[in-house]
Design a protein around this ligand. Structure first.
Ligand code: SAM
Length: 266
């Protein structure tokens, strides 16, 4: 269980549960906003992994994120506590250590954080010595907060408002590393009948951000490795996964967060 404490002035405002076979996101007063079957109880083999779209949620709307980051911005201005780091602090560290230690990337590789939110991934990348950093998010409030967090942490990053489903993707250029921690998950929850279309448009757009040598790190709490592999199959080749905590349920074993390492297909 991860608890985000907004500081003494504000009691616990957000609790995220991801360690049981079902996960729930509880907001403010503990009201249950959403409850979904944990991916580990769904298919674990690529062959079995027929995508059943997730139950739509307000977490798939821009309005939700605008409101959430407006509140986080106010908290940040009041008490300096940065906003929510999705999936907890362990995952961003796992991703950054993978880039640094396993891939041994140079510090000036061009990295984009897709749906950067308040910037936890960018902050961790900066702390690990990476210097060529871009972050995009479609929420203006997220971008404002992320800019403030980067500035207050003393590093420069190019933070832009950009819609990764509907934006003019060619304007962003290409990157050596694209990182998504929780954004594909949010896009998978859009409350309309076009979830499949939105997911595919997003994946097409990520392909446009990559060259033949680029890698795409995709971290998801909503989809299994098998489901992610099957959903990305036509556009990407899986080159590996980043190990995360494993657990078993109902005779199956899975990861609490799925992290795939992808290259674009030739
Ligand atoms: C679950 S949060 C993850 C935030 C951040 N990556 C982190 O790890 O803390 C999802 C983020 O995706 C952003 N987002 C959702 N749909 C988007 C889209 N179509 N274009 C750009 N950003 C989007 C949201 O505004 C939000 O910041």
């Amino acid at each position: 269980m991860w608890i985000v404490d907004r500081g003494k002035k504000h009691a616990i405002t957000s609790v995220y549960l991801c360690s049981t076979y079902r996960k729930k996101r509880l907001i403010n007063t503990g009201e249950v906003e959403r409850e979904v079957e944990h991916p580990v109880v769904r298919a674990m083999n690529v062959e079995e992994a027929v995508t059943k779209e997730l139950e739509p949620s307000e977490l798939g709307t821009k309005e939700h994120w605008d409101n959430a980051y407006k509140e986080e911005l106010e908290h940040y201005e009041a008490d300096g506590v940065p906003g929510e780091d999705w999936f907890g602090p362990r995952i961003k560290t796992t991703i950054v250590e993978f880039l640094k230690k396993s891939l041994d990337l140079k510090s000036d590789v061009k990295i984009i954080d897709l749906g950067c939110g308040c910037g936890p991934v960018l902050t961790a990348l900066n702390e690990a010595g990476f210097s060529n950093l871009t972050g995009v998010d479609y929420s203006e409030n997220a971008v404002e907060l992320c800019r403030a967090v980067c500035q207050d942490n003393g590093f420069a990053a190019n933070i832009k408002v950009f819609d990764l489903v509907d934006g003019p993707i060619d304007e962003l250029g290409t990157y050596d590393v694209c990182i998504d921690k929780g954004t594909y998950d949010a896009i998978s929850l859009i409350p309309s009948s076009s979830q499949t279309q939105a997911r595919n448009k997003y994946l097409d757009n990520v392909v446009s951000l990559m060259t033949g040598d680029s890698i795409f790190i995709l971290a998801s709490c909503n989809w299994t490795m098998a489901e992610l592999t099957s959903q990305t199959l036509n556009r990407f080749t899986v080159v590996g996964d980043v190990p995360t905590r494993k657990f078993s349920f109902g005779g199956k074993t899975g990861n609490d967060v799925s992290i795939l390492v992808l290259k674009k297909s030739e």
